[in-house]
Design a protein around this ligand. Structure first.
Ligand code: C2E
Ligand code: CA
Ligand code: CA
Ligand code: CA
Length: 279
């Protein structure tokens, strides 16, 4: 029994080192991918629910690996966060989004808000305010067209620091969105305390509309709550006409989702903008 126990520990130990090795490998590959220009931003349209107008785009990160193809952010963002690669990676995302946004502006395409995801670690561990200020200056992209999406957990972790950072970001003139709303905790306290502009209802609450009476109640309550707090409300993950009709009826301001478009490369998004311009 004793030797079996020690063998079990051995296997466990080997599993752990195997996992740790794969993690280190992924981390090194991630750094190389960033250096070698293998990162891309895809853009997903954000649509005004009442007018149908294309009003914004969320920038979503993709890793285009020469061998593996497209790697989803769900796989590498956690590694980027725990390893610190999120610092330079997040800075690249911010810079690239602003450069692209400015390119669309100078091409005479319709005005567009560009929304950029900011992770918890990037938010609390790097000089986000200084970096954002510099990126805006270098790209000439007007701050009023930049929106930063921050998750509830980032605000819950260190509320005092978060409040200070958000206040200074807001002073730069950009907009702030709370992402994945409803999936974190102490949501109402956040809404009240932080200088926010937009609330994004998590797609988990949209998915089962119109089949889930609970989700319909939650979504319409969040819309009313957001509005009562002076915020705009965007629904994520809208895939069906029924969901769209429901949200329209409840007075939701904006939506994003496969019903309109999946996230697409910048070149494809340019075509969407040209279509919007030409009517
Ligand atoms: P998120 O910010 O909540 O982004 C929304 C996710 O939902 C995206 O997944 C998007 O492609 C997907 N989505 C959009 N419409 C629909 C729909 O109608 N149905 C369904 N089922 N899904 C839809 P994606 O692009 O794989 O990104 C996953 C997550 O990775 C993001 O969730 C975000 O948390 C993170 N992420 C992406 N880009 C960045 C980035 O540049 N920086 C950071 N820190 N995180 C990022
Ligand atoms: Ca987001
Ligand atoms: Ca989200
Ligand atoms: Ca999410």
């Amino acid at each position: 029994a004793k030797s079996r126990g020690s063998n079990a520990w051995c296997f466990f130990h080997e599993d752990m080192t195997q996992a740790a090795r794969e993690r280190l490998e992924l981390e090194a590959r991630l750094r190389r991918a960033l250096d070698q220009g293998h990162m891309r931003l895809y853009y997903q349209p954000q649509i005004d629910l009442q007018t149908g107008r294309l009003m914004g785009a969320e920038a979503l990160l993709r890793w285009l690996d020469p061998e593996e193809g497209l790697i989803s952010p769900a796989r590498f963002i956690p590694v980027a966060e725990s390893s610190g690669v999120i610092g330079p990676l997040g800075l690249w995302v911010l810079g690239e989004a602003c450069r692209q946004g400015q390119q669309w502006r100078t091409a005479g395409l319709p005005d567009l808000t560009i929304a950029v995801n900011v992770s918890l670690h990037q938010f609390l561990l790097t000089d986000l305010v200084g970096a954002t200020n510099q990126v805006l200056a270098e790209s000439c992209f007007p701050a009023e067209f930049l929106e930063l999406e921050i998750t509830e957990s980032a605000l819950a972790e260190k509320p005092e620091d978060a409040l200070a950072v958000l206040t200074r970001l807001r002073e730069l003139g950009l907009r702030l969105a709370i992402d994945d709303f409803g999936t974190g905790y102490s949501s109402l306290a956040h809404l009240k305390r932080f200088p926010l502009d937009l609330l994004k209802i998590d797609q988990g609450f949209i998915r089962d509309i119109p089949h889930s009476a609970d989700d319909m109640t939650i979504s319409s309550s969040v819309i009313a709550l957001g509005h009562a707090m002076g915020l705009k409300v965007l629904a994520e993950g809208v895939e069906t006409r029924e969901q769209l009709a429901f949200l329209q009826e409840k007075g939701c301001d904006y939506f994003q989702g496969y019903l309109c478009s999946r996230p697409v490369p910048a070149e494809d998004f340019t075509r969407l903008l040209e279509k919007a311009r030409d009517g």
